[in-house]
Design a protein around this ligand. Structure first.
Ligand code: ADP
Ligand code: MG
Length: 317
């Protein structure tokens, strides 16, 4: 692999749509913003053996990395602008692999209107590792926060829960469900929803480490408690079928990671707007419980009994 050849062949074409990238010809990029707008910045790193198996199509690895960053922008209500990419490759990486990786980025850049603005490419003695930083724009002062949920708010999630965690089980097992596997491999950042939550949601985040753990973050930052009801949790058909066979899998629905759905709270008085928004976006938006005075997350089952929370969600350390 030749560093400058790769940058020219793989990454330069991805920078074309963003003039501030200077076509990757300079030491740094330029970001300008219209008056009254501010930047929302998020970053994520992934490493072979931890975040991906290593033998996936490189295009899929790249697309998931980009989509995870975009999911953070969506959760904050921001519109994608540009991203930076650090690539740390083992010395035996083939040019074909990097081309495949860049091709995945090209596909999703077109889908989500975002472009590459810069980065760095280095060799490593460790596993392949990537770090991406995404920039989004938002009207100044409007970014959606985790710290502003209020007692009385309803708690809403987009899409369905647990598909990705069940998809990973499918992927590791013999007979896999294609829908669930695809949900694990290619999450869909809820950008259109995030934008609509500005001025509607009190608090918002994306679910990446499991519903209960992530709702716990909103509670901690907002100094509130939450009650959620298991019968209300939205499940896809394949997920519901798996749960029917094995009740223990509820743990994956409430604690499994990689959902990349939005979790947000809305004043109860605005409940009807949620229904209208779901119809408009053609995306399920489900009320799963409410914010209360307190300091923890309580999950209730079909009989209003508290469910002990064994799986607290994904933790690196
Ligand atoms: P420096 O020596 O200052 O680190 P480089 O020679 O590594 O700069 O990079 C040259 C240009 O190529 C810069 O504009 C940089 O942003 C871009 N670049 C290098 N690697 C990547 C990458 N993986 N993705 C996007 N841009 C990259
Ligand atoms: Mg460099």
């Amino acid at each position: 692999v030749d560093e400058f050849g790769l940058i020219a062949a793989c990454f330069k074409p991805l920078s074309k749509g963003y003039s501030g990238s200077l076509n990757l010809t300079d030491d740094a990029a330029i970001v300008s913003l219209p008056a009254g707008q501010e930047l929302v910045v998020t970053t994520d790193a992934i490493s072979a053996g931890v975040h991906f198996l290593g033998n996936e199509e490189p295009a899929l690895i790249a697309r998931k990395l980009l989509r995870c960053n975009l999911s953070d922008l969506a959760a904050k209500g921001a519109a994608p602008l540009a991203y930076f990419l650090n690539v740390m490759l083992p010395t035996d990486t083939t040019p074909e692999w990097v081309h495949g990786f860049a091709d995945g980025l090209r596909q999703d850049q077109a889908e989500y209107s975002i472009h590459l603005a810069g980065g760095d490419t280095i060799a490593t003695k460790g596993p392949a590792t990537f770090s991406m930083t995404a920039l989004g724009v938002i009207p100044a002062g409007k970014m959606l926060r985790r710290c502003s949920a209020r007692p009385g708010d309803i708690i809403v999630v987009s899409g369905t829960l647990g598909d990705s965690a069940l998809g990973l089980i499918s992927l590791r097992g013999a007979a896999g469900d294609e829908y669930l596997i695809n949900r694990y491999l290619l999450p869909e950042p809820r950008l259109a929803l995030g934008k609509k939550l500005l001025g509607l949601a009190n608090a918002s985040m994306d679910i990446s480490d499991g519903l209960v753990q992530d709702l716990g973050h909103i509670c901690e930052e907002s100094k509130v408690g939450a009650t959620i009801r298991r019968p209300l949790l939205p499940l896809s058909k394949p997920a519901a079928a798996m749960i029917k066979n094995d009740e223990k899998l509820w743990d994956k629905i409430v604690g499994g990671g990689d959902d990349y759905e939005l979790l947000f709270t809305v004043p109860a008085s605005k409940k009807q707007e949620i229904g209208a928004l779901a119809a408009k976006l053609d995306l399920p938006l489900t009320v799963i419980g409410e914010i209360i005075v307190g300091d923890s997350v309580q999950l209730l089952d079909e009989n209003n009994k508290t469910v002990p929370l064994a799986n607290k969600g994904y933790r690196h350390f």
